[in-house]
Design a protein. Structure first.
Length: 302
């Protein structure tokens, strides 16, 4: 929990900027720059220029709006995730087994991924109200509102205006994205570990060296790298679900960032998905460093 909270604090400015970009808020005009091929293109301000603008308006503390509910979400999610995995029968490991223990069969991968899916889904379901409040606290920067200033008052506001369902705005695409990302990551890692690392290049070691500690250590390290690579690849593929979920969480909630001209009133998350796809904005906010102005953009310049 402490480690997760520390990472949450460090990543808060990054998430803050990302959420504002996802909504379509661009306080700084594009500038003329050059891409990697040397051709002149109009570029949107990157992460540091955007963060500098926020500091100029709200001070350094302004980069940490929405931190309290996000910390609550992180801590509660960690506890719930761990508790679900500790349910009797959820894991069949020895007393000294490690959670990083590599799996060697497709059946094991399917079982482990299924258990992880249940644990993640439970944590997401429980913490989603805090996630909604976090996003709305951040989006208030656009219209300079104070509607969601405190966590407890935000719960009261959402319940009074939207009822119980308001706490779960954007939940479905978020769950779908998490589940798809998890399965893609684990199945791709299994395929790479099984057919590329173990069988794909043959066995360069003689039989007597099969149990060599150095060989085992190297193979384990390579497998951990493959897990990281496939995780990044899976998150890239499922990013549109994250974008749609965040937009639906703030859509038509009474804040300027959830209304026109930033966003229309979406009837459902599928409606939001289709409109973003037609506009070519399915990857908006995915990159915060080299951001070329897209042809089908919908941005509001100040």
């Amino acid at each position: 929990v402490l480690l997760g909270s520390g990472l949450t604090v460090l990543s808060q400015p990054l998430m803050y900027v990302k959420v504002l970009v996802q909504v379509g808020y661009e306080p700084l005009p594009p500038t003329l720059g050059r891409n990697i091929f040397g051709r002149q293109v109009y570029q949107l301000p990157g992460l540091f220029a955007y963060a500098k603008h926020i500091v100029k308006v709200d001070g350094r503390a302004g980069l940490f709006k929405g931190l309290t509910p996000r910390l609550c979400s992180s801590a509660i999610g960690t506890v719930v995730h761990g508790k679900v995995l500790q349910v009797p029968g959820a894991r069949h490991r020895g007393p000294g087994a490690s959670k990083k223990e590599p799996v060697s069969s497709l059946e094991q991968v399917l079982k482990e991924t299924s258990r992880e899916m249940v644990a993640r889904s439970a944590a997401t379901l429980i913490t989603h109200p805090f996630h909604v409040i976090t996003l709305r606290c951040m989006v208030q920067f656009i219209g300079r509102e104070t509607k969601y200033s405190g966590t407890l008052s935000a719960f009261s506001t959402i319940y009074r205006e939207e009822g119980i369902l308001g706490f779960f705005a954007g939940l479905i695409p978020r769950l779908l994205g998490d589940i798809l990302s998890l399965w893609l990551c684990n199945m791709l890692a299994y395929l790479i570990n099984t057919y590329a690392l173990e069988n794909g290049v043959g066995d360069p070691h003689p039989p007597q060296a099969a149990g060599d500690p150095l060989q085992v250590s190297t193979m384990t390290e390579m497998k951990s790298y493959s897990q990281a690579v496939t995780g990044f690849f899976a998150s890239m593929l499922t990013y549109p679900f994250v974008l749609v979920s965040n937009l639906m969480a703030v859509n038509n909630c009474g804040l300027a960032g959830g209304l026109l001209p930033y966003a229309p009133s979406y009837s459902s998350w599928l409606d939001c998905w289709n409109q973003l796809r037609r506009e070519g904005n399915m990857s908006r906010g995915n990159s915060l460093f080299f951001r070329k102005v897209p042809a089908g953009k919908r941005y509001v310049w100040e």
